[in-house]
Write a protein that binds this ligand. Structure first.
Ligand code: NAD
Ligand code: MG
Length: 399
């Protein structure tokens, strides 16, 4: 909290993305409570310039050096410092004026700033689930020394808030809800020919491209199972997934007495973002008001785990532990990028991940370098698997 203004300083990593832009809407709704200290993004200098002029942060950074040079030119004379390269994420994460660091970067590029923010004793509002998946053991190690995490992922935010005031020994299981994505109800053979466009039309959430594809394969839920394991410390056997197509119940906690606690509201990511920035307070008014009598029915169904094999791949990597989740995540990042480029069919995503995991013998993770080395191996291996598949499209008549 800034002593003079009484405002909480926030650094936003990934401010030009879907979560980053919605976080700025939250800041805009609470100008008397929040102020932006730092903004970073990968390469979108146009949008970052707009955001910087509007929110007047102390620090701005772009990972892409060329884009940073352009932004520096455009912001010259404003007094705002522009930093370039991946280190800008670290600078923003440890900025002395930042009380809360929102990590809304996509992919495991978010791991170094996650560790840096915790190392500096910050409250980390964590949207970047990939950092928890790739480096969960390191994140826990950092948390033992200082800092705290308030989850932004809607499911984990829901669980976190359902657990407030509860003792973990009273918890039987965590139940993560999944919308089921655009292909819910389809069979495996229907998925062979789905297009990028179809995979990108999510029924209930509007999000960045990578997480939208992850939602279509259900790898998003798989990553979230691993994220939940590290955040809440339950074994995988007590982290469950249920399909809930309306995305109104954001997740549940089941207690040993058989009762459940749930958080519900119409889907709007500004709620979990706002909860993470306001914690331990709650701020109104709501961005989206939920009128119970207007809700249609709320339904639940089992996941079709044969059609959506990515979920079990994630459970297996999570159970294997050590470097396995980092390999799962890196292979998924490569496979999703290849799918989005039109280089890999939809079902190729799980095949690339399975092939990469198959060849990996998990080792313990002790340092960031352990993670980065295994990711480098996994990316190269996954790229090979993509090329093999691209060279041999699984069409009848060609083998
Ligand atoms: P997005 O693609 O819309 O935005 C990503 C942001 O990260 C952009 O600002 C981009 O410039 C920046 N970025 C990309 N690559 C980077 C790199 N290598 N280094 C530094 N910055 C980089 O993604 P999103 O949908 O906002 O998702 C962000 C994170 O939040 C992801 O981990 C995602 O899983 C998680 N999340 C998103 C939602 C959602 O509704 N969008 C919900 C829950 C969790
Ligand atoms: Mg989620």
């Amino acid at each position: 909290m800034d002593k003079e203004t009484g405002k909480r300083g926030v650094s936003i990593l990934g401010s030009t993305g879907s979560i980053g832009r919605q976080a700025l809407e939250v800041v805009e709704a609470h100008p008397d409570r929040l102020r932006v200290v730092a903004l970073t993004a990968h390469s979108n200098y146009q949008l970052l310039e707009e955001q910087a002029r509007r929110f007047r942060p102390l620090f701005v950074g772009l990972v892409d050096e060329g884009a940073a040079a352009e932004l520096r030119r455009r912001l010259s004379g404003t007094g705002m410092a522009v930093s370039a390269g991946a280190e800008c994420l670290l600078e923003a994460a440890v900025h002395p004026e930042a009380e809360v660091v929102l990590n809304a970067v996509v992919g495991s590029a978010g791991l170094p700033p996650t560790l840096a923010a915790l190392g500096a004793g910050k409250r980390l509002a964590l949207a970047n689930k990939e950092s928890m998946v790739a480096g969960g053991d390191l994140v826990l190690q950092a948390l033992r020394e200082g800092g705290e995490i308030v989850p932004v992922d809607s499911e984990h935010g829901a669980v976190f808030h359902c657990l407030r005031g509860e003792e973990m020994r009273h918890v039987e299981s965590i139940v993560l809800t999944a919308s089921g994505g655009p292909f819910r109800g389809r069979r495996r053979e229907d998925l062979a020919s789905v297009t990028v466009r179809e995979a990108l039309s999510h029924p209930t959430w509007s999000m960045g491209r990578k997480i939208t594809v992850d939602s279509a394969t259900l790898m998003n839920k798989g990553l979230e199972v691993i994220e939940a394991h590290f955040l809440f410390g339950l074994p995988y056997s007590r982290i469950k997934v249920v399909v809930h197509p309306q995305s109104v119940i954001h997740s549940l906690v089941e207690f040993v007495d058989g009762s459940f606690a749930a958080q519900l509201s119409l889907p709007d990511m500004r709620l979990p973002i706002s909860l993470a920035l306001s914690y331990p307070e709650r701020w109104g008014p709501p961005f989206t008001r939920t009128v119970l009598a207007e809700l249609e029915k709320l339904t639940f169904e089992e996941v079709d785990r044969e059609t959506f094999a990515c979920l079990d791949l994630a459970y297996r990597a999570g159970e294997a532990g050590g470097t396995a989740p980092a390999v799962l995540n890196a292979a998924n990042e490569v496979a999703v990028a290849a799918f989005l480029r039109g280089r890999l069919p939809f079902l190729g995503i799980e095949e690339v991940i399975a092939a990469t995991l198959e060849e990996h013998r998990p080792r313990p993770v002790r340092t960031l370098q352990d993670v980065q080395e295994v990711e480098e191996w996994a990316r190269a291996r996954a790229e090979e698997a993509v090329e093999t598949q691209a060279g041999n499209p699984a069409e009848p008549g060609r083998s």
